[in-house]
Design a protein around this ligand. Structure first.
Ligand code: DQQ
Length: 543
């Protein structure tokens, strides 16, 4: 699988579609695979929703987004690779709106709705966003593209969601980034804890624009002000696309508004760090990140992301550590949980930051710093943090840690995810990732949450201000042989002010629910998920 696409909430059910190759563990033959959930944790796979069939999508059904139209009617805009291998935008709508599982989708007879304009390369015109409606009731949507190497979001407008006209101006563009894939554009509240529906705009909203850069497989976002009368978008900091949702592996992301819980949820594709032949051998590749809720951080200058609350349902046995000094050069094992599948929250207190290492501002490239300094080279304040998926004699370990620096009179908190010793296998990519966290270590605790799931390590520093996701392939630190430690390789002691770690249960992922399954099995599937259901003809309706 690759991109998450068209997430939506409909009649009590969460829907996630994703780019999927039904015939192998490599990128090809793309369809819209479809899964549903009542809680965003346990999922049932359904039949594919949209697949290549018509001249306007015969060579692939690529990414796109869902929009909820007036009267609670979902609509999907997606990119079809047409018979001439051009990228065109198509519409699909549910066949039966009374089916909360939205199992069947019908393609519009008007497809394709948007074809590549003359000034655009027909192979660089894709990934319609969720549409939004201005106060004039006109729908807007953006399409990812490129002209002469400049990435851009092309704006289209429509009164009826079927006839679309290209706007004179671009919503946004930038120099020489290469194509922008999967653009996303949505409002965020600057003074609230709730997410906003995509068309909402008040005095207290800012707009986030996100683009996925194919050139380096990173997702960048900016915040700014959107003026719906003119469709002008002005960026807050005039520094280009600077911020990333995640400084590790996290691409082709997509948000949606969860109208049930009034929050905006973010998902992304996390790809492999191993080779294609490995993928073929193991029979799968690619996965979706844990859904994250997205809000504006207190600084007003960046977003904060946090695993959705429902993930805590998977927490089982818990262990705690309080007020424990961690001397320079020490490690402490966290015992009593399944370290290969765990949720860990830790916060550190620093007695003083006066001794922080000085950092030349010209050398302040966080990713480079993390790989040069690594978790294993002694520092002053840090490296300190977690060693996850660690084998008995530390032959394999993945380190997620902090280092504190002083630069130009300011303190800098660096968060790193060091995969250099994550696996004895030489051939897997073990790049180290890093970014600064907008935390003042003089006044705030340094906190980290890390979710570990065998080969996936998702870390949230500074309460979600900086996130890093890594893929690792330990050979020794697997199952019961995986250990979890807290470590400090700095010369200065730090205090674990609080650590809570939980064993995590497995989510229930139920294989494809096909019509030919005997009814009792279908019923079982829902009851397995803890859902009360009632049979209605061929369907089960959730009570
Ligand atoms: N993946 C899709 C494209 C998109 C890319 C094809 C991003 O629509 O641009 O699988 O990963």
């Amino acid at each position: 699988m690759n991109d998450p696409i068209g997430p939506l909430y409909y009649k009590g059910v969460y829907h996630l579609f994703y780019q999927y190759n039904p015939f192998g563990a490599v990128w090809a033959n793309l369809v819209w695979a479809h899964s549903v959930s009542y809680d965003l944790v346990n999922w049932v796979h359904l039949d594919h929703a949209i697949y290549p069939k018509e001249p306007f999508d015969i060579n692939g059904c690529w990414s796109g987004s869902a929009t909820i139209l007036l009267g609670d009617k979902p609509a999907i805009l997606y990119t079809g690779i047409d018979i001439k291998n051009r990228q065109v935008q198509n519409l699909a709508v549910p066949k039966n709106l009374s089916d909360p599982l939205l199992r069947e989708w019908v393609k519009s007879p008007h497809n394709p709705l948007m074809t590549p304009p003359d000034d655009i390369d027909p192979t660089l015109f894709r990934d319609p966003s969720t549409a939004w409606q201005g106060p004039d009731n006109i729908w807007r949507v953006i399409i990812g593209s490129e002209i002469n190497g400049d990435g851009m979001a092309i704006l289209y407008r429509s009164k009826d969601f079927v006839n679309w006209t290209r706007s004179q101006n671009l919503l946004h563009s930038s120099n020489k980034t290469g194509i922008w894939e999967c653009p996303d554009f949505y409002p965020v509240s600057i003074n609230g804890e709730s997410g906003l529906d995509t068309s909402v705009q008040t005095r207290f909203t800012k707009h986030v624009f996100k683009a996925s850069f194919l050139s380096n497989h990173h997702d960048y976002y900016i915040m700014g002000n959107y003026e719906p009368k003119t469709d002008r978008y002005s960026v807050d900091m005039d520094s280009g696309l600077q911020l990333r949702y995640d400084y590790g592996k996290f691409y082709a992301s997509k948000t949606f508004f969860d109208s049930a819980k009034k929050r905006r949820i973010l998902w992304a594709w996390i790809n492999e760090s191993a080779s294609e032949s490995d993928d073929i051998k193991k029979g799968w590749s690619g996965l979706q990140s844990i859904p994250r809720s997205v809000l504006v951080g207190k600084s007003g200058k960046q977003l904060v992301q946090w695993p959705i609350k429902e993930i805590e349902k998977l927490r089982a046995k818990q262990v705690n550590i309080h007020d424990k000094e961690l001397e320079g050069g020490s490690v402490l094992e966290v015992l009593g949980i399944t370290a290969s599948q765990a949720d860990v929250e830790v916060s550190f207190d620093l007695p003083t930051v006066k001794e922080a290492e000085l950092l030349d501002p010209n050398l302040a490239d966080p990713q480079l710093l993390c790989s040069q300094k690594s978790a294993y080279k002694e520092g002053i304040i840090g490296p300190f943090g977690l060693l996850v998926l660690t084998s008995m004699e530390f032959k394999e370990q993945t380190a997620i840690f902090f280092r504190i620096y002083k630069s130009l009179g300011k303190y800098l908190v660096l968060l790193c995810s060091d995969q250099s010793r994550s696996s004895l296998r030489a051939e897997v990519d073990k790049s180290t990732y890093g970014a600064f966290v907008d935390v003042d270590p003089r006044h705030e605790k340094i906190s980290l949450r890390t979710l570990i799931d065998h080969s996936i390590v998702e870390s949230f520093g500074g309460e979600g201000r900086t996130c890093i996701t890594a893929r690792v392939y330990p050979t020794l630190a697997i199952g019961k042989e995986a250990h979890l430690y807290v470590f400090n390789n700095g010369t200065q002691g730090v205090k674990i002010s609080r650590l809570s770690a939980w064993s995590m249960k497995e989510a229930q992922i139920v294989p494809i629910l096909k019509e030919e399954r005997p009814q009792p099995i279908k019923k079982l599937i829902f009851e397995d998920l803890g859902l009360k259901v009632e049979q209605a003809g061929n369907c089960y309706i959730s009570l």
